[in-house]
Design a protein around this ligand. Structure first.
Ligand SMILES: Cc1cc2nc3c(=O)[nH]c(=O)nc-3n(C[C@H](O)[C@H](O)[C@H](O)COP(=O)(O)OP(=O)(O)OC[C@H]3O[C@@H](n4cnc5c(N)ncnc54)[C@H](O)[C@@H]3O)c2cc1C
Length: 420
């Protein structure tokens, strides 16, 4: 039986941020992670030798005020700070004209303005309810919204949009955001392959049962996703109060998946758009990025119900879907250069059960409740608890710091002065 000040559950960005803060404050901690690696939803793999592919987060959102930007600088990770989304539309066998593109962008701007206006007015309605449903560009807006929120337009409240702190800067990390988080977190001691299955918090302290033994602590910082909480993977004893359950049920995770295909040879040439959306009447639209950073791969993005459906259809169906979209734009020969694929399946991932949280319309905005501690003993972090940077990696990290500060205050432990 291990005894410590704080047990931190989950070694994603939130858990790692919490652990680093605990170390600063002189709190003893044990950080336990269910999986075989740190990073959680921040995860980079090589799609080809030396070619990084992010399975989870990729962009430093709100880049100029994102703490991971400074960490990237310190760790020597390059990012693109003049990145703009390119989303050339290809539909019905041709590229959209300049006029059509301008009309579409004007529709997008008006739709987002309507969403923000409704959110700022405190209306708890969905993106769909706040926007024009009759435009020919509505499916395009819905697709982009499903990537942004990981749920569909009818499933996300405008209150989220109004409260998110968006500077409009989205900076992709060349060698992978997941690799950046892994490098930053590498100095944190973590017990891997140790899922917490039971968390008893009814007595004077905390008792956490893991596959590698029981840990006794004065407080716990829970950083697992709302998908894990809702799935009951951790048996809380006593059960969490109703207001906490209502909070995580109002902030479910949707699905955003990435389908990557390595290019053994370049079938595109230099003139191709870096980012495009292919949309035909008989198919869901798909946002596709061609050779990000000049790296030899393409990646197709899916979100919302369609993303969840395609995930269930399996890896081959996902690769076929992206291949068919690319053939429709570039011709059948495009597939001749295709190599290995990486297809994510976040919806079925047993340690997340989804991609990121979205506030359900009509349930009130429950992020503050999700973040609120219980009995000065149970503290909550993770992207869904962030009030201004939810659904992001840096929001997760900052929430870990916030939860550790709360725990330190509750335990009356801040050993910084003694250490200096
Ligand atoms: C496809 C995709 C694209 C994204 N794109 C971006 C982006 O471009 N920019 C951005 O900022 N964000 C993006 N995000 C969101 C971002 O990745 C997440 O918000 C962030 O990484 C979440 O961190 P977290 O610490 O809150 O949760 P997690 O990363 O989920 O960490 C929780 C940890 O808890 C562990 N765990 C689960 N159950 C248990 C248990 N019982 N016991 C112990 N450990 C457990 C999990 O294994 C996990 O490691 C994206 C996410 C996805 C999936």
């Amino acid at each position: 039986m291990t005894q410590t000040d704080v047990i931190i559950i989950g070694a994603g960005a939130a858990g790692l941020g919490a652990a680093k803060r605990a170390r600063e404050l002189g709190l003893s901690f044990v950080l336990v992670e269910a999986g075989h690696r740190i990073g959680g939803r921040a995860y980079t793999e090589a799609i080809a030798p030396g070619v990084p592919f992010d399975l989870g987060c990729h962009w430093l959102h709100s880049g100029s005020i994102n703490p991971f930007t400074k960490i990237a600088d310190a760790c020597g990770f390059a990012y693109e700070n003049d990145f703009t989304w390119e989303r050339k539309l290809h539909s019905a066998g041709r590229w959209a004209s300049a006029e059509e593109s301008a009309a579409r962008e004007a529709f997008m701007d008006a739709a987002y303005a309507a969403v923000n206006k409704a959110g700022e007015a405190g209306q708890d309605i969905s993106f769909a309810d706040a926007t024009d449903r009759e435009s020919r560009f509505t499916p395009f807006f819905d697709h982009v919204a499903s990537l942004m929120a990981s749920v569909d337009s009818d499933q996300i409240s405008v209150l989220d949009a109004a409260r998110y702190n968006d500077t409009g800067e989205n900076w992709p990390v060349a060698m992978g955001y997941g690799a950046l988080v892994a490098a930053w977190g590498a100095d944190v001691p973590v017990t891997l392959n140790a899922p917490v299955t039971r968390l008893a918090w009814g007595g004077p302290g905390i008792e956490a049962v893991t596959s590698k033994g029981t840990i006794r602590a004065r407080a716990a910082i829970v950083t697992v996703s709302t998908g894990v909480l809702a799935n009951g993977a951790i048996a809380f004893d006593p059960a969490l109060p109703g207001w906490k359950r209502a909070a995580y049920e109002a902030l479910p995770l949707g699905v955003h998946n990435r389908i990557g295909i390595a290019l053994d040879r370049d079938p595109f040439g230099s003139e191709v758009a870096r980012g495009l959306i292919h949309a035909d009447a008989d198919h869901e639209p798909m946002h596709i990025q061609i050779r990000p950073f000049g790296h030899p791969f393409v990646v197709g993005l899916t979100g919302g119900r369609f993303g969840a459906w395609l995930e269930r259809a399996g890896v081959n169906a996902a690769v076929d879907h992206l291949t068919d979209r690319l053939k429709a734009v570039f011709g059948n020969d495009v597939a001749k250069g295709f190599g290995r694929a990486i297809v994510t399946a976040w919806g079925g991932d047993p340690w997340t059960f989804g991609s990121y949280s979205a506030a359900t319309p009509g349930t009130g905005w429950k992020r503050p409740d999700l973040a609120r501690p219980i009995d000065q003993r149970l503290f909550f972090a993770g992207e869904a608890t962030s009030l201004d940077f939810f659904s992001t990696c840096h929001g997760a990290m900052l929430s870990g710091v916030r939860a550790t500060d709360e725990a330190s205050g509750a335990l009356g432990v801040d050993r910084r002065a003694a250490a200096s």
